[in-house]
Design a protein around this ligand. Sequence first.
Ligand code: SF4
Length: 365
Amino acid sequence: MTSLDRLRGDVQPKNHNARTIAALTANPGCSRRAVMDAAGIDKSRLASYIGFPARFGQSQFAITRGNAFEAQLKANGCAELLRLLREALKLPIEEASYDDLESLEQMDARAARSRQLLTRAASGEEGAGTLFDHPLLRLEVGGRWVYLEPDLVALRTGGKFYVVEIKSFAVIDGQADGTKVSAAATQSAVYVLALRRLLAEAGHDPLLVSHDVVLVCPENFSNRPVATLVDVRKKLSVLERQLSRMARIDAIVESLSPDLTFDLAPDSSGVPQRPASELVDGLGQVDARYSPECLANCELAFFCRHEARGTTASLGKSVREELGGVSSVELALSLASGSASPEPDQEEAAAMLRYAAKLRAEIVS
Ligand code: SF4
């Protein structure tokens, strides 16, 4: 049994998908999340059990709308998608063939078939295919292989592969919600990376997979699609850094108590056998780095926010950086009012706080 197995206990590891892998990049400095994800611990179940259930995820309305939009684009062998790629992006797609890999039920068979078709296409064999729908890809995360079951289409044209990501959020007057575009770009980067690794394993140049992904969204609240090329190079480098950090998680795990476990094995009524207080104590042994962004990205966010209450770091990354050395809100207020004297490494932050307090007093009066 490895240390990570011991941390997870007597339950199956929680599988990742592109969304959860993408979320790993949201807070790369957090050891708690890195350990939990590397061990495959079900963070959502853990958070609920200790009384801080996660409250994020796609609404049913968004899922239904997304499915309908995707079905429209993929009908008749992706006819509408192809028209869009030809017209909007001027991609040189002359004749197109379409392979839907979802029809294979067995995961292993589907992964093997995806690999076979994609590597054949990478070799440039004649008639080797243009559009590959639902290819099953895999990626090594924390020493375990996880399958990625994307809705995506991999498009091969002009000797290059492009990841096509279909999203249901709207582009209004040429503008889309920046947070949503960024999240979609990170998810697409996961697929680009998995596709590149698949080609590299088969002896092909991984750079055959373009760092530009095609993001397809509905335009102006209609169902008319609009396509945009998004450069995901930056996302790729963050993702690769975070995944290699997870592969080197051993150093963090070794620093933890050898008895520590987050075992959620249930009793006969389906409730975890271990008391919630033990799990909370265990969480306290692994360093966290809470910031408000966690609320949209991590299932443990409400617990970590509660734990970080009163710290300046809980107010966000910019406050954490500006007030380096001043860890609590209470101390920050004392320094601002002059009722506490700063340590040498707090001088700069203290001067800024006093100035801010003076400005506030002038405005208020
Ligand atoms: S919510 Fe907690 S565990 Fe998750 S990333 Fe933030 S600090 Fe880390």
